[in-house]
Ligand binder design. Structure first.
Ligand SMILES: Nc1ncnc2c1ncn2[C@@H]1O[C@H](COP(=O)(O)OP(=O)(O)OP(=O)(O)O)[C@@H](O)[C@H]1O
Ligand SMILES: [Mg+2]
Length: 487
């Protein structure tokens, strides 16, 4: 069999940092290679070098025998390589269907053709990826998973020989991962060569033919998923251990002094109901998890609490209503949200982003907090001067969490913090939350669809489904009473 994609000696430097070092592999037609490794190990950079988004410093990228290394992206795309990005950036004014139509057109015909055949084909693709019901809607009105589907739909439309898929499973539920796996599997069945990056180890292992593991830009090992996951170094630097929690610190009165009290919350986006009669409460020192699938309403709930979207009903904080307060005033009052979308200042450095978070602290306090956070996330310390925009996906997530903690919140709202984090970092984050819980009186409201992360820490769990709270209870009872669809 001849390799469709053959990469050898690939190297990419950013200043003094060698992000990718002498990486080589080949992928045959009808084969899926998984690329795994901790956050910042160079996986996305490998993809960008293949796609021509970054110019490699050395090495070759052979497509069907032609070395395309260093070519501009549009030529590489025309030569048959497509990328499905880690973060989707859809156009705002085009519908889902129009996005797919655009991807079907050769680039010189951009927007000039309204061919019925193209429309038919676009509709077929929308159906195939599960966007049939929403194809006439605008991307911003759709939940996160649908935007990921759109990216896949565009890749199918462009029909590249080699498909690079960066973190398709991030933020998806088990059911959605199965759907996406089937779609990616169909690329294989149609004879494409697929390079797949994801931190969902189970999802990757089930789908790929082979796995290559990277660490600090270099290849650690390559083999079957089973072989690679057994590798000692892979276990140590990537997989880490199980998420565990210590016995709960049973502080006097914990969970009794009400801190946040949300009653009868309703939010409409246009005519669509995003939240319907939602009531939750969080007591001082409690750790409360809100579990729900994508699009269920978690982010809307947090945004309402943070004063970012208008709502009906009441939100009270320490007995006082938050109605009419600005998001800034709410944050200064102690409610700090680490949003799913991260909202970092891309052109500012890590340090500047953190300093902004700590601007209301005294110099001494800020210094102490910074030290603590640098201990938690050493990579942030090592890279203080790096622009946030150039950080890897997982590094950005760590920065967003650190910036929220820098504000010394009374109530920390974490919206899908596990998104894009390597297993070993999840374990670290989990430990960090545990330390927070044991050593401070911080109160946490966590939104997750990843229940293996959300349950171990929680004192109490809410399940939100289709804009409503449908279950509330003890995490120990979750599995039998509400677990279907999550576990
Ligand atoms: N333009 C850039 N300038 C400086 N450093 C960069 C740039 N782009 C990437 N890096 C660094 O190169 C390293 C590799 O990044 P890359 O995005 O390839 O990691 P990754 O393996 O995809 O990680 P993740 O799993 O977190 O997405 C990271 O440490 C990142 O900070
Ligand atoms: Mg990446």
């Amino acid at each position: 069999m001849t390799a469709l994609l053959e990469v050898s000696g690939l190297t990419k430097r950013f200043g003094g940092l060698v992000a990718v070092k002498d990486i080589g592999f080949s992928i045959n037609a009808g084969e899926i290679l998984g690329l795994i490794g901790p956050n910042g190990s160079g996986k996305s950079t490998v993809m960008k070098c293949i796609m021509g988004i970054e110019k490699p410093n050395a090495g070759s990228v052979k497509l069907d025998g032609t070395d395309v290394a260093g070519w501009p992206t549009h030529r590489i795309a025309r030569h048959g390589v497509g990328i499905v990005f880690q973060h989707a950036r859809p156009l705002h004014r085009q519908t889902i269907l129009e996005h797919i139509q655009l991807a079907l057109l050769p680039d010189n015909l951009f927007m000039l053709v309204t061919d019925h055949k193209i429309t038919r084909r676009a509709e077929e693709i929308a159906e195939r990826v599960g966007l049939g019901q929403v194809m006439h809607r605008l991307p911003r009105t759709l939940p996160f998973a649908d935007l990921r589907r759109l990216e896949l739909a565009k890749a199918i439309a462009r029909n590249p020989k080699v498909v690079l898929v960066d973190e398709p499973f991030a933020g998806l539920t088990a059911g959605e991962v199965a759907d996406f796996s089937a779609l990616i599997g169909s690329f294989r069945a149609e004879g494409h060569a697929v390079l797949l990056v994801d931190h969902n180890v189970k999802g990757v292992a089930a789908l790929v033919d082979r796995v290559l593991a990277m660490y600090l830009g270099e290849k650690i090992t390559e083999g079957t998923a089973e072989e690679v996951m057994r590798n000692e170094t892979v276990r140590r630097v990537y997989l880490g251990g199980k998420i565990e929690t210590a016995a709960r610190p049973d502080r006097e009165g914990k969970g009794h002094t009400p801190l946040l009290d949300v009653r009868g919350l309703g939010v409409l986006y246009g005519k669509a109901t995003a939240l319907d009669d939602v009531s939750i409460h969080v007591g001082e020192g409690e750790f409360v998890s809100v579990v729900g699938l994508n699009g269920a309403g978690k982010t809307t709930l947090f945004n309402a609490i943070s004063g970012l979207v208008p709502f009906s009903g009441t939100v009270a904080w320490r007995g006082e209503t938050l109605a009419g307060k600005t998001p800034g005033a709410i944050a200064r009052g102690g409610i700090v949200q680490c949003p799913e979308s991260r909202e970092l200042f891309g052109d500012m450095s890590i340090r500047e982003n953190l300093d902004l978070g700590g601007q209301h602290l005294t110099v001494a306090e800020a210094g102490k907090q910074l030290d603590w956070l640098f201990g938690l996330f050493p990579i942030l310390k090592a890279r203080q001067g790096q622009a946030a925009r150039t950080l890897s996906g997982g590094e950005q997530q760590m920065l967003a969490i650190a910036r929220a903690l820098m504000m010394k919140p009374k109530l920390l709202i974490l919206d899908e913090p596990t998104l894009g984090l390597a297993p070993v970092i999840l374990e670290q984050l989990s430990k960090a939350l545990e330390v927070l819980r044991q050593t401070t009186d911080i109160t946490v409201l966590l939104g997750e669809q990843n229940v293996t992360f959300a349950l171990p820490h929680a004192d109490r769990v809410y399940v939100i489904e289709h804009s409503r709270i449908v279950w509330e209870g003890d995490p120990g009872r979750f599995a039998e009473e509400a677990g279907a669809g999550y576990l």
